[in-house]
Design a protein around this ligand. Sequence first.
Ligand SMILES: C[S@@+](CC[C@H](N)C(=O)[O-])C[C@H]1O[C@@H](n2cnc3c(N)ncnc32)[C@H](O)[C@@H]1O
Length: 192
Amino acid sequence: MNPHIYKNIQGWFNSGQRKLYEHQVRHCADKSHFVEVGAWKGRSSSYMSVEILNSNKTIKFDVVDTWLGSEESAHKKDLSIINNTLYEDFLENIEPVKSAINPIRTTSIEASKLYEDNSLDFVLIDASHKYIDVKEDIINWLPKVRKGGILAGDDFSWSGVRRALKELLPNKYQTAQEFFGAKHKMIWIHKK
Ligand SMILES: C[S@@+](CC[C@H](N)C(=O)[O-])C[C@H]1O[C@@H](n2cnc3c(N)ncnc32)[C@H](O)[C@@H]1O
């Protein structure tokens, strides 16, 4: 079994996302296709990668990021952003588990155009948390998820995230807390 390495990687991966990643790997069919949008230094990506490697399933895992950070202050003052080494730091961090990760270095919207409609089993959005960006992400990624697949996202506590969800998926999402019956409030989940 491959040990998890995420605790050594700085980032914002939380318990709801962890639960969801475990759940998706456990319950998906062989040859599933997952996409994570927003990887930063690879904390959440490495977790998913270890889960995939330990599952003995064939799961394609694409990880989309500009690796340029965003307008958020925590990003702007991070040394990887200041020194312009975020992508190199990501690659170094995921090195032990890179065989299960396919990095795609572009914007969320451009990346979404790479996929056929109804082709993805699971998309997790954790890029910009601004209302307009989350809205664009949902509009562009939702058609790419197959019927019965999952579109999910982080940072439900952000007002822009909640506003975009209420407009685009009214009453069609749950928080991880509702989904798993546990205390994981930050993740929202939509089953298509
Ligand atoms: C909150 S961080 C992701 C945290 C990560 N999941 C973790 O485990 O720590 C958000 C990431 O989204 C990326 N990002 C922001 N806006 C983006 C966009 N429009 N397209 C692609 N990536 C974007 C940033 O570069 C940053 O790395």
